[in-house]
Design a protein around this ligand. Structure first.
Ligand code: SF4
Length: 162
């Protein structure tokens, strides 16, 4: 962690989870796991966030919200998909309105498996994300982009103007 240039700030979005993974994310903030001791702060403002943490699967309603939050975050940024729903659609994958995991809409850097994902796995995923964030920052300083392209599904217009 000593290599970090600044404290990483996280924004968390619950796409359509059952709240199981969200409760485990909250557990990471409690004194038991205490991720704030690493300077990791949970923010509600995407303009202040470096890491986008998403739980739940992607559907026709929330894919525009996910893309909107992602677009508001400054570069460089890292996306972490928490739980099997966010990584692939999980148990909701076959639902009529579910598109799949978060990578249907935005590029995902780290996939954290589990149903629900355990706090230890979530913290491990965030630490991996920190390393990728530093690589992207270094690449940006050198004038090289490490950002992945945005999936085509994210560029479609919403029917209801969400
Ligand atoms: S992965 Fe499991 S615990 Fe997490 S949101 Fe999906 S169903 Fe709920």
């Amino acid at each position: 962690m000593a290599y970090l240039q600044k404290s990483p700030w996280i924004i968390h979005y619950d796409a359509s989870s059952c709240n199981g993974c969200d409760i485990e994310i909250l557990a990471c903030l409690t004194p038991m796991y205490d991720v704030e001791r690493f300077g990791i702060i949970n923010t509600g403002n995407p303009k202040h966030a470096d890491i986008f943490v998403v739980t739940g699967s992607v559907n026709e309603q929330n894919k525009y919200v996910i893309k909107n939050i992602y677009d508001q975050m400054p570069d460089p940024k890292v996306v972490v998909a928490i739980g099997v729903c966010a990584t692939s659609g999980g148990v909701f994958r076959e639902c009529y309105n579910v598109s799949g995991g978060v990578d249907m809409v935005i590029p995902v850097d780290v996939y954290v498996p589990g149903c629900a994902a355990r706090p230890e796995s979530i913290i491990d995923g965030i630490v991996k994300a920190l390393g990728i964030l530093e690589e992207k920052r270094t690449a940006a300083v050198m004038g090289v982009s490490r950002e992945q392209p945005v999936p085509a599904a994210a560029t479609e217009k919403p029917a209801g103007g969400v």
